[in-house]
Design a protein around this ligand. Structure first.
Ligand code: PBG
Length: 324
């Protein structure tokens, strides 16, 4: 048999041919920027484990949102860093707390030009660092936590969030939050469920960024990385409970999970390219070991190839600048 010369290389010859033949495109519309807002600071504080990322004041939060709007980035995900924590994480539902104020400032600044999402969890606000309240035996109490999540959702919606994003991996959290929102007249507020969220070493830099005091781990509520089929159950349940969009996390170690989920779900599917994934690229790039911007683009593009609609990523601003 004669083999056709250049059968596969023919369409790779020029940049224009490659553009024409590309199966996947990454656009600014695919990016959501996580933003940290910290209480009681007058200047932004760099997160040392995440070069280029800062904890914002409410003033710099507004400025950052404006830069993102100007670049065409469609969404942000807000995380709060409170000055005080307690056993219950009560700062999470305090309208005068850092998230309530941050969301209100953002809404005031950007109107409807940006989708304002709020991470919905207790770990930034609890003194023990777990994502829920603790039972007397020290385990995370699922149902007692759901009641608190409902309060957090209502506060975030009232402060101006378009989307609330529960990340605590409690069973039934989406149903509890939907019911709480609807009961208070926030039926237009959407839920992006962190549906398949694995217990991962890649969240390390984030825990510095929000000053989480966790001793121990989250293996009793986040998913075991050995399991893929279980992610399908998680996602189906969340959609049945009312999730409008679902997210997988971390990103690069879940490409198989994303590819499995894509034909299963009709709602928008997202990936969270997490802190450790960001910091690994930044650290290697600082040493000159990898081309950082190229690596970032490659990560985000293959997530699109695997099937996501959008990516929550600390590279959002940098990549948006490169794409425009
Ligand atoms: C929980 C939450 C975490 C992240 C997002 N939401 C931390 C955790 O589960 O320990 C991690 C994000 C990242 O690593 O970038 N509030």
């Amino acid at each position: 048999m004669t083999f056709p010369a250049q059968r596969l290389r023919r369409l790779r010859r020029t940049s224009a041919l490659r553009r024409l033949a590309a199966e996947t495109t990454l656009s600014v519309d695919d990016l959501v920027a996580p933003l940290f807002v910290r209480e009681d600071i007058s200047q932004p504080v760099p997160v040392t484990s995440m070069p280029g990322v800062v904890q914002h004041t409410t003033r710099t939060l507004r400025a950052e949102a404006c830069r993102l709007v100007a670049l065409g980035v469609p969404g942000v995900m807000v995380f709060g860093v409170p000055a005080h924590k307690d056993a219950e994480g009560s700062g999470a539902w305090d309208p005068a707390g850092v998230v309530g104020r941050g969301l209100a400032e953002l809404r005031d600044e950007v109107g409807d030009e940006l989708v304002v999402m709020a991470d919905l969890c207790l770990d930034e606000f609890t003194d023990h660092g777990h994502c829920g309240v603790l039972a007397s035996d020290g385990t995370v109490d699922n149902d007692a936590t759901l009641e608190r999540y409902g309060r957090v959702a209502v506060m975030q919606a009232a402060a101006g969030a378009d989307v609330v994003a529960p990340s605590g991996m409690m069973d039934g959290q989406v149903a509890a939050i939907r019911a709480a929102l609807d009961a208070e007249g926030f039926s237009q507020v959407a839920i992006l469920a962190y549906a398949a969220k694995y217990a991962s070493a890649a969240y390390g830099p984030f825990r510095h960024a929000v000053a989480v005091n966790l001793t121990g781990d989250r293996h009793a509520y986040q998913q075991d990385p050995r399991n893929r089929r279980e992610a399908v159950d998680e996602v189906r349940l969340d959609i049945a409970e009312g999730a409008d969009m679902v997210m997988v996390k971390p990103a690069m170690t879940s490409l198989d999970v994303i590819a499995t989920l894509r034909p299963e779900v009709n709602v928008p599917l997202a990936a969270y390219h997490v802190s450790g994934e960001y910091s690994m690229i930044k650290a290697a790039a600082e040493r000159g070991w990898v081309d950082g911007p190229a690596m970032a683009l490659e990560h985000l593009t293959v997530l699109k190839r695997a099937g996501v609609n959008f990516v929550v990523t600390y590279f959002a601003l940098e990549v948006a600048e490169a794409l425009t």
